[in-house]
Design a protein around this ligand. Sequence first.
Ligand SMILES: [Zn+2]
Length: 440
Amino acid sequence: MADDNVMSGPVFEIDSENFKILWPELQRTMRESTFIAIDAEMSGLGISGTFQRNAEDRYQTMKAAAQSRSLISLGMTCFSLVSQTDTSNEETPNTVFYKATSYNILMLCAESFMIDPSAVAFLTGHGFDFNKLFSCGLKYMKGNIAKSKQGDSFARKLFEELVRVRKPIVVHNGFCDLIFMYECLYASCPSKLSTFMADLSEIFPSGIYDTKVVAQFHERMNSSFLEYVAKTFHTKNAKAARTARPNIVIELTSGSTEDLLGPIITGEDTKSSIEICTQFMKRGYCDKNGPSGQGICDFSHNVTDIILFEETKKRKRSRQPVNEPSRRNKESKLDTECHIVDHHFTAQCHRAGIDSFLTGYSFAVFSVLHATELKSRQILGADQTLAFTSEIPNLSDSVKTELVNRLYLNGHHPLWVTKSHFSKSSPAHEENIVRIFLGS
Ligand SMILES: [Zn+2]
């Protein structure tokens, strides 16, 4: 599989030319996963400035965007628990071993669709190859497509497999991603949000976890854009390993995790001379260095610098008693306004494949961080490779209850993916589910 045409660093590129060859391996990897992290790139969101605070309004806006724009790539990283060692193991005490395989899948809508100039500027600026997308993206038709008309859409086949394997799904700020995936690869989005939520709860019955919800509502991080969250968890994981508390080690199928995560940040490094861009620190992007690319910001946008800056501040604060009230409430309001932008316009983490890795990595670290100690176990035996798993190991029941099926909506409360007594699932979804599981 480690072909030069396929590999681009630690991420496998999947397109219409190599899909058939890679499909059996891809299918096996998905089936063996403990959980699957996903991230989508779109041709635009068509939203400028104003955001709806109401969940239903936001759903309607994003649904309209998914109908006019399209999904252009899907990042997917499959994480499978290999084993975990207990405290008695001297070499690797309290370590959970995961295997991870990252894919970047090019997706091409076969109908007319809109592309936002800001999305093109951003994507090409970060190495996205539109020529490659148009020449060999996996073709799909949006909405409700009869089986006979779908032909051999690899894109839809892939999404159906994602449904079939029934694994826990991990996203970062994934509400929008899920709407685009549903509209482009599954069925026309239902008219009401409650119906969409009911459908989602059945499409991914092992639960959806959103790492932006984890960062903001559970970990109470100062910021919650993806790169910041991943690097913060990366640092926490390194500290846990040094002190023999539960930690994780990830083996990538190809390449090194260091390429994707960067250096580990230690509090001892001090770079007090560097000035941090406060807007970037809060939101993950800066108007001066934004997608439109006008102007140059004089302050640092380096996430490592930001985390160091916070560590230094924390240490200074801990030396003197401070009565400063938390500023989190104000920050979360700012964050609400920018929740869509921060995910898809984060510098450096441009590619869906890499973003899906960072998302899953954050979640894997989070899941062990709160465990007091691990029970030694071996997971992937030769005979167990296809074992059905729907539980995230080490995630306590109380934490799971708090986070499962909560999608990031705004700084105040998450959106709950559930089928209520008053909501029905959509007819198109019911038809799809039957076809996927019964093959009719
Ligand atoms: Zn700036």
